[in-house]
Design a protein around this ligand. Structure first.
Ligand SMILES: Cc1cc2nc3c(=O)[nH]c(=O)nc-3n(C[C@H](O)[C@H](O)[C@H](O)COP(=O)(O)OP(=O)(O)OC[C@H]3O[C@@H](n4cnc5c(N)ncnc54)[C@H](O)[C@@H]3O)c2cc1C
Length: 479
């Protein structure tokens, strides 16, 4: 089928104005925030209902055309990359809140709504949707579900999986399926848990029931600077070992401070090489006293690890100012280089000092620039390599350095991904972590829904049929 015919035929299934084709649209949808690999779709569709999604997927099946779901495209592992071309199904128009049930503390929304809008909708009732990826103003609940997204507050509140009660899924054949609902803990096999984190390979989520959590009424936030990264990482290990579980425990290194100073004029002590953003919170009558005691205990641990400066926010405005360092860190890196690749391996927190030393060594060995800002409390690293993806040598160096870091995470008893997913970026690295039997079982779980050849192909599992020869092409386009 020609490109024009495909766009025309899709225009019969939904309003033709919601079917995009042509070079400009194809270019806009050829990657997510992992820009190293790119592959163009033929058409992009913008359905407005579950029924329209189902009709599109059935049409793709009848015509043997691959399809890939896409939320906001902020994914960092190439998950929304249309690896074999075909149709991108965007959830951009699926943005309604369908029901708010304050009594039962849950909410039902369409999958394309931005994460933060869920919390905004129930803030006055003293509730929020707890998973808060740093991309939360734009990333969608569908994308968060697909990637099992985490965020700064997942140390205390858990990742997306812990907050999804039910979903509507259009499976890879175009059947509309319902799993879970308002009431948690339904008997039988837990398909909601299987679908959360499956990276859009088991179909398209169109609606979700999410859990709502009480907003803390006591919050204490501190920004602490340290003379070395080792002092900061040791502090993280000591805080957790002392039995304190802060709501957030985030680390930023000198590279991030330099970017923040350049982009936003923020100032940090000259001798500071690492920053920790630490937030303690609580709910209930005695929460204020409890939380103040916690932040004081944390402060003592910081001092014992040579903290240079401890700033504790005195009001909400000051708290927001301290959070700027964390929230604007990645954006600020745009001032340093045109491209960023961020790995997200996980290690036991006690290994953070050793692991960070290794990250800097690997970067120096491959002559790549790296800055770190990450969910230190979860042991979830984010070495951000900044470079120019038009230079093949730089791309090669970044990919090789990333692979060495991922291998080291496994060697230290960790995992190859904490929250960004496997996508195309790490599919080939899966055998480092899983045995052939593990991977076969995962492939069998996927086959419950379909043979997987059309629905978001080439993601998560390594060496899938018809993907191997395309890999060189994805990167070739970027060059
Ligand atoms: C600045 C920045 C900060 C970030 N911070 C964090 C962070 O703190 N924590 C974190 O976990 N991640 C973070 N991310 C990564 C990213 O935002 C998350 O992975 C997010 O969940 C992706 O959502 P999205 O809507 O952009 O999805 P997309 O990137 O569009 O898609 C991601 C994957 O989900 C699939 N998908 C999308 N919608 C659906 C659907 N409705 N049904 C089924 N599959 C679907 C796609 O096929 C793809 O595989 C960050 C990214 C950026 C750029």
């Amino acid at each position: 089928m020609t490109d024009e015919a495909m766009v025309r035929e899709l225009g019969r299934l939904l309003d033709p104005e919601r079917v995009l084709g042509g070079a400009a649209a194809q270019r806009a949808y050829d990657c997510d925030a992992y820009t190293v690999d790119r592959s163009k779709p033929t058409a992009i569709v913008l359905p407005e209902s579950t029924d329209e999604v189902a009709a599109i997927i059935r049409w793709c099946n009848e015509n043997r055309i691959p399809f890939t779901g896409r939320g906001a495209g902020t994914g960092l592992s190439g998950g929304a990359l249309p690896a074999l071309g075909g149709v991108v199904i965007s959830t951009k128009k699926l943005t309604k809140i369908l029901e708010i049930d304050i009594e039962n503390r849950c909410l039902k929304a369409q999958a394309g709504i931005a994460n933060k809008r869920l919390s905004d909708a129930v803030r006055e009732q003293g509730l929020h949707f707890a998973p808060d990826p740093s991309s939360q103003t734009v990333s969608t609940i569908g994308g968060n579900i697909a990637e099992n997204a985490g965020g700064p507050h997942t140390l205390k509140y858990g990742v997306t999986a812990q907050h999804i009660l039910g979903l509507t899924l259009v499976d890879p054949q175009g059947e509309i399926l319902q799993f879970g609902g308002k009431i948690p803990g339904a008997p039988g096999f837990d398909f909601v848990s299987l679908i959360v984190g499956s990276e859009g390979t088991l179909g398209l989520v169109t609606e979700a029931w999410v859990r709502l959590t009480p907003l803390p009424n006591a919050v204490e936030t501190a920004l602490v600077s340290f003379p070395t990264v080792r002092d900061a990482t040791q502090t993280v290990a000591d805080i957790i070992a002392a039995g304190v579980i802060p709501a957030a425990l985030e680390l930023m290194d000198r590279g991030i401070m330099v970017a923040l100073e350049a982009a936003f004029g923020l100032k940090y002590p000259d001798s500071a090489v690492a920053l920790l953003l630490i937030e303690c919170d609580g709910v209930g009558e005695r929460a204020c006293d409890r939380v103040r005691m916690e932040i004081n205990q944390v402060g003592e641990i910081c001092k014992a690890n040579c903290a240079i400066d401890i700033t504790i926010a005195q009001d909400e405005a000051e708290r927001q100012k301290l959070w700027l360092a964390r929230k604007k860190g990645v954006g600020a890196m745009g001032r340093l280089a045109p491209s960023i690749v961020t790995h997200d391996g996980v290690i036991p927190r006690s290994k953070l000092p050793e692991m960070l030393d290794f990250v800097y060594e690997v970067a120096a060995k491959h002559n790549v620039k790296v800055a770190n800002l990450f969910h230190a409390g979860d042991g979830n690293l984010h070495p951000c390599f900044y470079f120019d993806d038009r230079d093949p040598n730089q791309v090669e160096a970044v990919v090789t350095a990333g692979e060495e870091i991922v291998r080291k995470c496994i060697e230290l008893g960790g995992s190859i991904s904490g929250e960004h997913g496997i996508g195309v970026e790490k599919a080939d690295l899966m055998p480092f972590m899983f045995t052939p039997d593990d991977l076969r079982l995962q492939a069998m779980a996927k086959e419950i829904f379909s043979d997987g050849s059309l629905c978001n192909p080439c993601k998560v599992l390594p060496n899938q049929k018809s993907c191997v020869e395309h890999k060189r092409r994805w990167r070739g386009v970027a060059w």
